[in-house]
Design a protein around this ligand. Structure first.
Ligand code: SAH
Length: 232
């Protein structure tokens, strides 16, 4: 058993079929060649990436590509992010075991699963109702009991569960939504891609401090747009 960051993270259960053995091998290679090789070092994050079965969050026809170095379609014109991006965003968020974290853009539920191993509770909002329902069922079915999913508009955040220690946005708005800043605790962190729809975007790490919002650009990225459903 590895003791990581003050909490015990159990090693992944032994694979119980030839298929699971192959997936576990592909997952270990993904972590080594795509994530560690690009500089992610947080052992808790690496352990979570080793543990979550990404193949269980992609459509059956895409499973053979589940551990490859790219995003994959998940239906409804949406994608599951590239594994490295999930690991990078999770690492820069510096989430603690006691944190309550809000995610905007549940998609497949994979990022929520990774986070749920690292923090106390994950609240995740997805605009596309069938995606929300599917991710909720997949997360519950796989035992990620501390990950909660709601179908709704992420621009509004999740006021009943606020304030949050950290917020992770996995779709790209062209501005930082005010409700999300309001729902962040003082001292809290937000990682969010901001930029043009389908155009170049910058991933920002924000910190809410007494003198306002500190903003640091950390990576050039390309996410699906954060869709607006009404007035901001
Ligand atoms: N984190 C996901 C990948 C997200 S893809 C994963 O791990 O699989 C981005 C998702 O954001 C899409 O599913 C899209 O439907 C959703 N989205 C777009 N606009 C949104 C909004 N306003 N509120 C909530 N979700 C939104």
């Amino acid at each position: 058993m590895l003791t990581l960051g003050g909490c015990d993270t159990e090693p992944p259960p032994p694979p119980n079929s030839a298929e699971e053995v192959a997936y576990a091998g592909a997952r270990a290679r993904m972590v080594r060649e795509q994530i560690v090789a690009r500089g992610v070092r947080d052992t808790r994050v690496l352990q979570a990436m080793l543990r979550v079965p990404r193949h269980a969050f992609v459509p059956p026809g895409a499973r053979s590509q589940a551990y490859e170095d790219w995003p994959l379609p998940i239906g409804y014109g949406q994608t599951i992010s590239q594994p490295y991006i999930v690991a990078f965003m999770t690492e820069v968020l510096h989430a603690k075991p006691s944190d309550r974290v809000l995610e905007i853009g549940t998609g497949s539920g994979y990022q929520a699963a990774v986070l749920s191993l690292l923090v106390a509770e994950v609240f995740s909002i997805e605009l596309v109702e069938p995606l929300a329902r599917r991710a909720e069922a997949d997360l519950k079915g796989q035992g990620y009991a501390n990950a909660h999913v709601r179908a709704g508009d992420g621009y509004l955040g999740w006021p009943e569960a606020a304030p949050f220690d950290a917020i992770i946005v996995t779709c790209a708005p062209d501005h930082i939504p005010k409700a999300l800043v309001d729902q962040l605790k003082m001292g809290g962190r937000m990682i969010i891609p901001v930029g043009a729809q389908w155009g170049p975007q910058e991933l920002y790490l924000l910190r809410k401090g007494a003198s306002g919002l500190e903003k640091q650009a950390v990576l050039a990225v390309r996410f699906v747009p954060m869709v607006t459903t009404g007035p901001p």
